[in-house]
Structure formats: structure tokens, C-alpha cells
Design a protein around this ligand. Sequence first.
Ligand code: SF4
Length: 142
Amino acid sequence: MARGWAFCAACGLCCRDTEMPLTPRDVERIEALGYGREEFSVERGGVRYLRNVDGRCFFYEEGRGCRIYPYRPLGCSVYPVVFDAEEGRPVADPYCPMAPLVPERWLREAEPVLRLVLRQAGLGKRDKGEAAPYTRGETVED
Ligand code: SF4
């Protein structure tokens, strides 16, 4: 499974204005580190998402990156593969400068992971086009 990759440019763009949905397990795992769920996430329409602070994920730290990298949400672990809700399939996030290098195999391997994230986060049963869990635009902030 594609979990992190050797070609990462470490630009931090992926953690900006994140709209990453969280599974109940993600929330529990991060809470076990000592963070409160209201601190690191927001709830919209019954779905919990990572919280942004000043346009970045709550856990992103300049110069250090993800503060919870080994415990990061499942959806983060397969990035830059994201689920395109319009297309109804996994794609390499065009927001990532290294996206052109993502092999087709990674898209295939990440698909069941992303579908599981959507389902467990509570986004799995929405109509095509309605759920946009990984597309960027609206920022999930306070
Ligand atoms: S949890 Fe970590 S990897 Fe995921 S968006 Fe936040 S800083 Fe980035």
C-alpha cells in the first residue's frame, strides 16, 4: 500500500486548507496521544474533519511537518492519492507538485483505503458530486 513516498517535495501544500475526513479510529488514535477531539477537528453534517488553524492543519508545524506523522489519519497516509468525488475514483491530487510521478499502481492500491475512509467517516453513501472530501476550496476552520 502506498503509505508516504520517497519523492515527497516536503512542500507542506498537502496540509494546507485540509478537508480530510476522519474515521472514528483516527479520532480515537489521536485522542490517545492526549489531544481533545474538539481541539484538532471540527464536525460538519455529522462528519468529523481535521481542523485548520491559520490555513494549515492543526497538526502541521512549519519546519517540522506533521506533529503526529506515525499516527496521522488514514486518509493522510495514502496522500497524494485522493478520492475525486466528481469522477468517483481515486486520482493523484493535482495540488501536489509531485502528482505526475504517482504510478497507476498507487491509485489502485489506495482506492479501497479511501473508500473505507469515506464509509467510516460517514461520507460513503452520498450521491456522486455531493461529497467532496478531498477537493479543496472551502476551508474547515473555526
Ligand atoms: S494530520 Fe499530519 S499529514 Fe494529515 S493534514 Fe495534518 S499535518 Fe498533514
